[in-house]
Design a protein around this ligand. Structure first.
Ligand SMILES: [Zn+2]
Length: 451
């Protein structure tokens, strides 16, 4: 365990309403103390990082990550996904259960936890709602919770059956854990490749209407209200879905929501081919780039604006990446045949910093949705730099430019629509419980990388 003093960084910690230059001392895996910048005394035997020009935040928390192991280690493993997480500034990630086999038993929850324990990031396990994610029979939710599951999801698929969802929400109330639903109606999305609208028509691709999401969000709210259970809306993407959640929250319904960076920075127009998203990037993108294919699909400008408003007013509780790594063969094909999803852990920060640069979100709003927001949902003492708390710390350079290339990514999934672009914002040091799990550049003495 290393002790570290991070000097003169811009400390942004929304859990304490803090955004000021400061010094931060980490000792024995905990946050030991904070001072105004330059006021920390010299401490012997402590490694120092000169963080002038850098931003220091609580370690990011991602509620929605696909690690692919077991079953699809060619796309990602728990170890590579974990390393990608800390490279992106995430010290805690929630592993979704759509592996093969699915995480639908206590033994599987324990297995994922055991394999993940050797990794860089803290991995929490989301278990399946239904056995085998088949949507027919409820999994043993009580046993899964006792084994450590932090929530339940059939993600990849919605919980299509209303009765099954009702029963799951009744358990959710007793267990105080969320049912994390992928809200896309299976009938309305059948064959859909992208957002239904003028762009899909022009490209000749079958569209998925926004209503496919909204009918299930409305249903989830109705059943959460009926049962007193907790519905969590995964990767919310439409304006009306945000309005439904806002209204439900105002009525005291237990509903929470997450949005992804890609739904916040991109629209369906980008499927037509495009100019680079990041200013100064040279990369041009061809139409039908399969890396733009995600479920739910990239939406319209109006939807993006509504998501941003939802983050600003707290309707949306968290930003989650829905990191969905795929093998090159899953994407090197016709749009219709490409697997949906993008590799998101390592580009989340630059994407979100772009929104800050454009004045659409404040840095505090972004960091809140990456730290204290998801921490509250998990009910964990994480996402804060309060003295005495766990020293999960992310230090990033908001102006450091880097090119998104396959080699630059720790994830096995190179399937990002930002490939080739020069983005701005890079994590230079990630501490998990005081240990350097990524980076450690610019230290006055080398801090051993422990993996
Ligand atoms: Zn999903």
């Amino acid at each position: 365990m290393s002790d570290a003093l991070i000097r003169r960084g811009r400390i942004v910690d929304p859990s304490q309403n803090l955004d000021a230059p400061g010094d931060l001392l980490v000792r024995d895996g905990k946050i030991a103390r904070l001072w105004p910048a330059g006021e920390a005394p010299n401490a012997d035997g402590v490694l120092e990082l000169d963080a002038a020009g850098l931003v220091v935040t609580p370690g990011f928390i991602d509620l929605h990550v696909h690690l692919r192991e077991p079953g699809h280690e060619e796309k990602e493993t728990i170890a590579t996904g974990s390393q990608a997480a800390v490279a992106g500034g995430f010290t805690t990630i929630c592993a979704m259960p759509n592996t093969e086999p699915a995480t639908d038993s206590a033994a599987m929850v324990e297995y994922v936890g055991r394999v993940a324990a050797a990794g860089a990031a803290r991995v929490l396990v989301v278990a399946a709602v239904s056995k085998g994610r088949q949507g027919k029979e409820l999994a043993e939710l009580g046993e899964l919770a006792a084994a450590g599951a932090v929530g339940f999801s059939d993600d990849g698929n919605p919980v299509a059956s209303n009765t099954l969802l009702r029963n799951a929400l009744a358990y959710s109330r007793m267990l105080r854990l969320p049912i994390m639903d992928h809200c896309e109606d299976p009938e309305l999305t059948k064959g859909g490749q992208m957002n239904e609208g003028p762009v899909a028509t022009r490209l000749g691709l079958k569209g998925t209407p926004a209503a496919a999401e909204e009918v299930l969000v409305a249903r989830d709210v109705a059943l959460a209200e009926l049962t007193g259970g907790w519905a969590h809306i995964c990767h919310i993407s439409t304006a009306r879905a945000v309005a439904i959640v806002r209204d439900a929250k105002a009525r005291g319904v237990r509903v929470t929501a997450e949005a992804t960076p890609h739904h916040l920075v991109m629209t369906d127009e980008l499927v037509m081919g495009r100019w680079p998203l990041f200013p100064g990037s040279a990369a041009a993108h061809l139409p039908y780039d399969t890396n733009t294919k995600v479920n739910p699909p990239l939406r319209s400008r109006v939807d993006v604006e509504a998501l941003l408003a939802g983050l600003r007013d707290g309707t949306i509780d968290a930003i989650a990446t829905d990191h969905a790594p795929h093998h090159v063969l899953d994407k090197e094909c016709e749009y219709d045949f490409a697997a949906p999803g993008l590799s998101g852990l390592e580009t989340a920060l630059p994407a979100l910093l772009l929104l800050v640069e454009q004045g659409k979100l404040s840095l505090a709003e972004v960091i809140r949705a990456l730290t204290v927001g998801p921490a509250r949902l998990l009910g964990r003492e994480l996402g804060s730099l309060r003295p005495g708390g766990v020293a999960d710390v992310t230090v990033f350079d908001p102006s450091l430019a880097w090119q998104v290339t396959p080699d630059a990514l720790f994830s096995k999934g190179k399937n990002t629509p930002f490939l080739g672009e020069t983005v701005k914002g890079k994590v230079v040091l990630t501490l998990r419980e005081g240990r350097a799990v990524h980076g450690a550049t610019r230290l006055t003495q080398p801090l051993a990388l422990e993996r």
